[in-house]
Design a protein around this ligand. Sequence first.
Ligand SMILES: NC(=O)C1=CN([C@@H]2O[C@H](COP(=O)(O)OP(=O)(O)OC[C@H]3O[C@@H](n4cnc5c(N)ncnc54)[C@H](OP(=O)(O)O)[C@@H]3O)[C@@H](O)[C@H]2O)C=CC1
Ligand SMILES: O=C(O)C1=N[C@H](C(=O)O)C[C@H](O)C1
Length: 239
Amino acid sequence: MKIALIGYGKMGQAIDAIATAKGHEVILRIDLNSKHLLEKEHLGQADVAIEFTTPETAYHNVLKCFDANVPVVCGTTGWLDKLPEIKAICLEKKQAFLHATNFSIGVNIFFEVNKKLAELMAGQPQYGVSMEEIHHTHKKDAPSGTALTLAEQLMASVTRKTSWVNEESNQPEILPIISKRIDPAPGTHTINYTSPIDDITITHTAHSREGFAAGAVVAAEWIKGKTGVFTMRDVLNLG
Ligand SMILES: NC(=O)C1=CN([C@@H]2O[C@H](COP(=O)(O)OP(=O)(O)OC[C@H]3O[C@@H](n4cnc5c(N)ncnc54)[C@H](OP(=O)(O)O)[C@@H]3O)[C@@H](O)[C@H]2O)C=CC1
Ligand SMILES: O=C(O)C1=N[C@H](C(=O)O)C[C@H](O)C1
């Protein structure tokens, strides 16, 4: 499979290593200095594009992929507000788009555990809830995209929490999400339920970027030749 890597930072390079080892051909490696290569003439030669850049640039990069008729797997976080619009454009233009706040298989299983635990906690108001995410100091967005997915899932069931804040809070209707930036943490997410009697804590800890990169390559293999808007639940057949 011919892959265009849009964004050649920490994730782009980790994906390159895994894709190449699996026998794929990386035909484009695009960073800020080479963004002219996003033109149809170059991009159009790829079977799939994998986009990991910045919250400010992801939207336009994905549009460039649509213009070049190239399916795009996107992991960039911090631009959630524009996702509904890009999904609508994808469907209208009959293109293919898969966004995930986290591509690791472990986190996608953790998402399912989070949903189940939240369902069980829905009728247990004695438990307070909070979340913590820890990442390296180069991370641009806070809370992390993964933390926001976890918060959305949690609040869908634990309806006593109606919104989140990115700081400590004791207000009963608020879900506090604490963001810590400590090198070299690749990504740790914890959800705490605490009551006067006991605590339940679930944590996912990434030991490296390998899981994110491997999941993105699996998603790229899966989306090749398809049209539509997809998630990692489709790729992993989680129902
Ligand atoms: N969904 C997931 O599983 C994961 C998501 N992420 C997310 O992925 C994104 C990237 O993370 P990471 O690789 O660590 O970040 P880096 O800062 O290491 O890399 C970002 C890359 O994007 C390039 N870039 C910036 N602007 C453009 C542009 N206009 N066109 C093309 N390339 C551009 C940068 O180029 P230059 O070097 O020239 O500045 C750099 O190569 C973040 O949003 C992060 O949160 C990260 C890990 C996992
Ligand atoms: O920027 C990162 O590094 C990561 N970003 C993603 C996020 O915002 O959740 C996924 C992972 O946690 C690493």
